[in-house]
Ligand binder design. Structure first.
Ligand code: ZN
Ligand code: ZN
Length: 268
């Protein structure tokens, strides 16, 4: 039976004789239904039309689709002291991609920031022997293809090792999370926030939106709560949600300045 993949958000659904009537991820006000109405594809059909793009992004192996697909996030393979973490996920996995990642030691676990990037996470887990998938408990209802290897973590922090911690940022989704890697990929460490905070086009600031495609700003109280949770977290770089959307060097100061700029813009 086909497992449908939404062509607008890239989410894969469970086996069913027919595609779902609707995509709740896209009907939510943080996303949108495609301009030609709801359309579906499958993993097999994607494999015939797309390849997995594997390229360096600021010193880290990025994993995306070519040509661009759906929200067009790129995942990252992080070689950490917690093992090889696939941060985020995409809608297609191919034998070639698996071989390329295995050449770097494979994937020990998959950690995903929020529901917009759940994509084909189960296909990726199965390709790496049932690697656990770490998702925040607060977003459990958004999982469209349940799977026993999904591990829901709770609270504001989840430590994977001495240097790798998942931090709940909230705001965009209640469970929106960032990965903090204290020791890598370069000296000074890095933050991988998905789009809980989003690197903007000048690549010297971030912003905070409840909905990016529909331009709904994040509540100031949620932004302040995120700021508190990230306090004391040091990083030189921020890796944003897609190719090249990174702040390399001076990122902690850039994020602090961005908190100030945003909060002064939305407060009277
Ligand atoms: Zn969708
Ligand atoms: Zn999002």
């Amino acid at each position: 039976m086909p497992r449908s993949i939404c062509e607008t958000c890239g989410t894969q659904y469970s086996d069913a004789p027919a595609p779902p009537a609707r995509c709740p991820v896209c009907e939510d006000e943080r996303q949108y239904v495609g301009w030609h109405g709801q359309t579906w594809t499958t993993h097999e059909s994607l494999a015939a039309r797309y390849t997995v793009r594997l390229e360096d992004d600021a010193g880290v192996l990025g994993v995306g689709l070519a040509p661009d697909f759906a929200i067009n996030q790129r995942a990252l393979l992080l070689l950490t002291d917690a093992g090889n973490v696939l941060w985020e996920c995409v809608s297609l996995v191919t034998d070639e991609a698996v071989a390329r990642l295995k050449a770097r030691g494979g994937v020990d676990c998959i950690a995903i920031s929020h529901p917009h990037f759940y994509s084909a996470m189960v296909e990726w887990s199965e390709a790496f022997g049932g690697a656990p998938i770490l998702i925040h408990e607060a977003d459990r209802a958004w999982v469209q293809r349940p799977f026993p290897r999904i591990e829901f973590w709770r609270g504001d922090e989840h430590r994977l090792s001495d240097s790798v911690t998942l931090i709940r940022c909230g705001g965009h989704f209640p469970g929106s999370a960032a990965q903090h890697w204290r020791d890598g990929p370069r000296n000074g460490g890095a933050l991988f926030p998905g789009d809980a905070l989003q690197v903007v086009f000048d690549r010297r600031h971030v912003t905070f939106m409840y909905s990016y495609p529909n331009y709904i700003p994040m509540q100031p109280s949620d932004v302040r709560a995120m700021r508190n949770r990230l306090e004391g977290c040091e990083f030189a770089d921020v890796y944003g949600y897609t190719w090249g959307r990174n702040i390399i060097g001076g990122a902690r100061a850039a994020v602090d300045a961005s908190f100030d700029r945003y909060l002064s813009a939305v407060s009277s």
